[in-house]
Design a binder for this molecule. Structure first.
Ligand code: ADP
Ligand code: MG
Length: 224
């Protein structure tokens, strides 16, 4: 595996050196199933209060956990401002979501098969001058419908809630939202404000992952 993959701590692969943490992501997958009233979620957004709380790390490992359960999984990097999933999976970002939204490429051209069986990726693509405009466009909704016909589950990485409105908007378009809180990094009041914003926009908040909580040596999910 390349250095970039190690940097983002992909632990869910079968040959992982950290089976305990890999198991935590499988548990997260199961907990999300229960949190959604035993329904299979088709579109899941992962977001957080601030940058660097572990959204991309969590969503990548969770996507692998879903792929391991024989689901056809698509990961979309909708953090158009600070995209990283192309680095996590060592993939090209020459074509991607931005180009799909502006009609500059076809779905088939933007989908990348990752080294994980059953896991495909759409990277963020080249930067857009107005990322919010792209995400709020009707094309995004059409695209999501087209992709839902091809995949069992679509996981969407996003920007942090308090930075820009992108994730709040995306949360309305997804069946469920998973909220990441980096333990010890975000003040309670800030996290509460972000969650209130999500609720205000009608998001279906399925759970909160407390990332980097050292005591338990595992990430935890609490249903909300
Ligand atoms: N539980 C963790 N323990 C140690 N490092 C972590 C953990 N979660 C994330 N990181 C690291 O923190 C950095 C930011 O994580 P990332 O997933 O890119 O955050 P975000 O997508 O929220 O901006 C990355 O270098 C990642 O490897
Ligand atoms: Mg990220």
């Amino acid at each position: 595996m390349s250095a970039s993959i190690d940097k983002y701590r992909l632990v869910t692969q079968g040959n992982s050196s950290n089976p305990q943490v890999a198991e935590a992501y499988r548990t997260l997958r199961t907990n999300l199933y229960f949190a959604s009233g035993n329904q299979e979620i088709r579109t899941l957004l992962v977001t957080s209060t601030l940058p660097n709380e572990g959204k991309s790390t969590t969503i990548s490992n969770l996507a692998i956990a879903y792929a391991e359960s024989d689901k056809k999984v698509l990961l979309i990097d909708a953090d158009l401002r600070r995209p990283t999933l192309h680095q996590v999976f060592s993939a090209s970002t020459r074509l991607g979501l931005s180009y799909l939204l502006t009609g500059q490429c076809k779905i088939e051209e933007a989908i990348i098969e990752t080294f994980v069986p059953n896991l495909a990726l759409i990277t963020a693509g080249p930067p857009l001058p107005n990322p919010y405009g792209g995400i709020s466009s009707p094309r995004f909704e059409e695209l999501l419908e087209e992709l839902k016909a091809r995949y069992d589950i679509i996981l969407i990485d996003s920007s942090p809630i308090l930075a820009v409105s992108d994730a709040q908007l995306l949360s309305k378009r997804c069946d469920g939202v998973l909220y990441i809180v980096h333990y010890g990094k975000v003040k309670r009041a800030l996290a509460q404000r972000a969650v209130a914003q999500l609720r205000h926009s009608g998001a279906n908040l399925l759970g909160v992952v407390v990332n980097n909580k050292k005591k338990s040596k595992q990430d935890k999910v609490y249903s909300y």
